[in-house]
Design a protein around this ligand. Structure first.
Ligand SMILES: C[S@@+](CC[C@H](N)C(=O)[O-])C[C@H]1O[C@@H](n2cnc3c(N)ncnc32)[C@H](O)[C@@H]1O
Length: 444
């Protein structure tokens, strides 16, 4: 008979069927809709062979593959480092994403590093990698949410090794969050993936205030404590003061559920900078939180065409754009989205001229926006769709508890997610941040 463990060890806690998410169905949905269909055959074979090994729990989670591959391509990485190879799944992801002439050289010139090794040395790797990686390069750390235990107050059920490593990550996450040499985005993919991007100049981080805490639920994650942990460690300390003010004012509005989730801000801002975006489109503005994230990330001569049929809501946000000195970057068009995109497409100069688009509007039209945006965005440019995991309901078999609207929109996203995953014109990475954010890079 199997004797249940008295203490939780890595074998018990790591790699649950649900990853860091609210249910194993949601995690499987992401894997089956987005990860496995686009996984290279050799990666699949390596994953399956590794799964038969006794230490297979060390295997990098498959849902980390698409975001790593996308990043490597976005920064045109050629020279990379990996610490912690095991059977080589993440290394093979990297090799497959690198161009033919990508190979290692010396200090200051690496584009990308991935660390998935001895956890207590991450902090030492960080110092050295910051020297080896170029400004604008990326350093990724794996397992940084340590099965979600980093957010546990009571860790008496963990064995000593789990506890020790939990403390290592709690400490590391704090250090990374307050390291002014990097921008970070902490993603709840796999066992927690922290992406840090080396900055040009040192800027002091803004202060964390406890009263900043907005959403009190768990987002798409396994617990509200884990979601709060990510917000408090990684999101709020770097949120610009004007964004914080706009978020707080919007939270008092009766329809504040429409506000873009704060944990989407860092990844959007990071992407905008990685693709050197200047010309962008946003569909669905509301009071302007995601628009302000974009305006702050763009250079001084950056432009955003912002479309929403309801200007009255944007009036709430406008003073914050003025305060931040970024109002000139926004061209607000009071309209529904499709006719504006069609009008833009009448001018051939607009084709392939946009670097980035964010869609957070009428869900039933995402599929129509997609066709138009694929013409407007350049090859290598990004299109982001919000709410694509629709509170996790996309993975529900039984949706009888949903009202008609929720059901209808769930079906819209189930359909859209399938279409995006099999669309050969884009490379997709679906992230369980906010209510689900799908990032698509135009390939040709
Ligand atoms: C979820 S909110 C956007 C939230 C916003 N991105 C933020 O950061 O808070 C959705 C917005 O889409 C707008 N909308 C609804 N139908 C639309 C359409 N057909 N075209 C463009 N915008 C639309 C609504 O007026 C609303 O302001």
């Amino acid at each position: 008979m199997e004797i249940p463990p008295t203490k939780l060890s890595s074998f018990d806690v790591a790699k649950t069927d649900a990853g860091l998410l609210q249910s194993k169905e949601l995690y499987q949905y992401i894997l089956e809709t987005n990860v496995y269909p686009n996984e290279d055959e050799v990666l699949k074979e390596l994953r399956e062979i590794t799964a038969t090994q006794p230490w297979s729990l060390m295997l990098c989670a498959a849902d980390e593959g698409p975001i790593m591959s996308l990043l490597i391509k976005l920064i045109n990485a050629k020279k990379t480092i990996e610490i912690g190879v095991y059977t080589g799944y993440s290394l093979l992801v990297t090799v497959l994403a690198l161009p033919e002439d990508g190979k290692p050289k010396n200090e200051g010139s690496f584009d990308y590093a991935f660390v998935d090794a001895d956890k207590d040395n991450y902090v030492h790797y960080h110092e050295r990698l910051l020297k080896l990686v170029r400004v604008g390069g990326m350093i990724l750390y794996d397992n940084t949410l340590w099965s979600g235990t980093v957010a546990w107050e009571d860790d008496s059920t963990l064995d000593d090794m789990m506890k020790e490593i939990k403390d290592v990550f709690v400490d590391l996450n704090k250090k990374l969050a307050s390291d002014s040499r990097i921008h970070i985005s902490q993603l709840p993919v796999g066992d927690g993936l922290t992406m840090s991007w080396k900055k040009t100049m040192e800027t002091p981080p803004t202060k964390l205030s406890v009263s900043d805490i907005g959403k009190s639920d768990a987002g798409l994650l396994q617990s509200k404590e884990l979601y709060q942990y990510i917000l408090e460690t990684n999101v709020y300390p770097h949120e610009a003061e004007v964004l914080k003010e706009l978020r707080e004012i919007t939270a008092t509005h009766p329809r504040s559920y429409m506000l873009c989730a704060a944990d989407e801000g860092p990844i959007m801002s990071l992407l905008l900078k990685l693709v050197n975006a200047k010309k962008t489109i946003e569909i669905g503005v509301y009071t302007g939180y995601s628009l302000l994230v974009t305006a702050l990330a763009l250079p001084g001569d950056g432009k955003i065409i912002a479309i929403d049929p309801d200007r009255s809501m944007f009036k709430i946000g406008l003073p914050f754009f003025k305060k931040a000195g970024v109002e000139h970057k926004v061209e607000f068009i009071e309209s529904i989205g499709l006719p504006v995109l069609d009008k833009l497409l009448e001018d051939p100069n607009n084709e392939g001229s946009f670097d980035y688009a964010f869609v957070d509007a009428d869900k039933g039209n995402y599929v129509n926006y997609h066709e138009r945006l694929l013409k407007l965005v350049k090859v290598g440019g990004m299109i982001l769709y919000d709410n694509t995991l629709w509170s996790g309901t996309v993975a529900w078999e039984d949706d009888s508890t949903l009202d008609e609207h929720m059901k209808r929109v769930k079906d819209v996203f189930v359909d859209l997610n399938k279409k995006l995953a099999s669309d050969s014109r884009i490379q997709v990475s679906q992230l369980p941040v906010g209510d689900g954010l799908t990032m698509c890079m135009r390939l040709h």
